[in-house]
Design a protein around this ligand. Sequence first.
Ligand SMILES: [Zn+2]
Length: 172
Amino acid sequence: MKALFVLAPLFLGLVTASHANEPHHRQHGAHQHGQVELNIAIEGNTIYLEMHSPGYNIVGFEHQVQSDEQHQAVKRALQLLGQADALFVFTGDVCQAREVDVTTELLQPVRHGHGEFEANYLFQCKAITQLEVIDVQLFDFFPNISEVRAQFITDKEQKIFELNSVQRKIRL
Ligand SMILES: [Zn+2]
């Protein structure tokens, strides 16, 4: 788990820098329902993937859970989001999840009223050079997701992929 948290500030730095002209980006309450943000960084044979999603996309609400039913829905969602190898499919199975950390604001009071889910994944690849496509399966698990905005970062380049339920492949 350590590596993920070491990398988190790096992600934040890059994301903040690249969105300097979008003051509302990633501020609480300013997310767009239907949209998921992915940050993908590759370092050697390791892929760090960070996901942010409005609660709406995942469970249909964004306030603190108020009923057993809502609590169950959130628990189930956390479990689904933990199935990294089902959500992100790498060509030829060259990469597999090694660490997963999923959290949500919905289990506590949501002050700004727009609670989110956050997931951090670490994938280990046999040979990163064989990796051509990441197939993002989130749309099948969470039908409220209409768009995935994937920011892809290596030490050489930075790219943005806009995915939807029809075009769901990140081609590297
Ligand atoms: Zn919201």
